[in-house]
Ligand binder design. Structure first.
Ligand code: DX5
Ligand code: ZN
Length: 227
């Protein structure tokens, strides 16, 4: 249950979202893009916080056998506290809970206790003020660039003001917090998000929706200024 190293805080990281992959051949999909994967983004949907249902701990446990990358689990769940331990046991390295579900301090403490890297997520219409009080207690701030629940939506550029504000506060306070964006990220929007201050880029359809998923991931990294 020891979590993998997430890599240097603030460095550019590409996090392919398996939500857009073929669930019938997930292991192969994950292997195909391994070379360009810093973190593997796992979207967990409970059918309550968001309308869809996706995957849970058993799939994380299975994928763990096929990847040595950092597993970045995004819990779009109303009651993530009921499942954090199961995700940690299954092989999650980091878990991100949404600030909108409340109990953030307790959830952050619980995830920390389990040895997880801890993330806090905010929807596009949630103000920075909602997450600001927790910045000193988390490792990752996830600022959604679409409303959660579905892949393949368009990037909401208005969120970049919040990304800028978050990065400014994190820098000025000298905090070790990654800023992740999720939704509508491709080779065109990636540089916009990086310019605003994001350093972890989640991309689903722009990677797994392409015939050459590895090349697509590489193109996003290059567009974002990576190697
Ligand atoms: C949205 C999920 C995203 C999603 C992104 O609810 O949290 O991670 O997979 O998909 P794309 O990159 O297709 O917008
Ligand atoms: Zn996500």
């Amino acid at each position: 249950m020891t979590a993998l190293d997430a890599g240097p805080v603030g460095a550019l990281k590409i996090a392919p979202s398996i939500l857009a992959a073929d669930f019938g051949s997930l292991a192969q999909a994950v292997k195909d893009i391994d070379e360009e994967t810093d973190w593997l983004h796992v979207d967990v949907m409970d059918g309550h916080f968001v309308p869809n249902v996706s995957i849970g701990p058993p799939v994380v446990a299975s994928l763990r056998r096929y990847s040595t990358r950092f597993f970045d689990c995004h819990l779009m769940m109303s009651e993530p506290g009921r499942y954090l331990e199961a995700f940690a046991r299954a092989g999650a390295d980091g878990c991100t809970v949404h600030v909108e579900v409340g109990d953030s301090a307790a959830l952050i403490a619980q995830a920390r206790e389990l040895g997880l890297r801890v993330g806090l997520a905010a929807n596009p219409d949630t103000d920075f003020a909602a997450v600001a009080p927790f910045l000193g207690d988390i490792d990752l701030l996830l600022l959604m660039t679409v409303f959660p629940g579905f892949g393949g939506q368009s990037f909401i550029s208005e969120v970049m003001d919040k990304v800028r504000e978050a990065r400014r506060v994190i820098t000025s306070r000298g905090l070790n917090v990654d800023v992740e964006v999720d939704g509508g990220i491709d080779a065109t929007t990636a540089p916009i998000a990086v310019e605003a201050g994001a350093n972890v880029l989640v991309a689903g359809s722009a990677i797994f929706g392409r015939a050459d998923s590895l090349g697509a991931a590489r193109a996003i990294r290059a567009a974002a200024g990576g190697r």
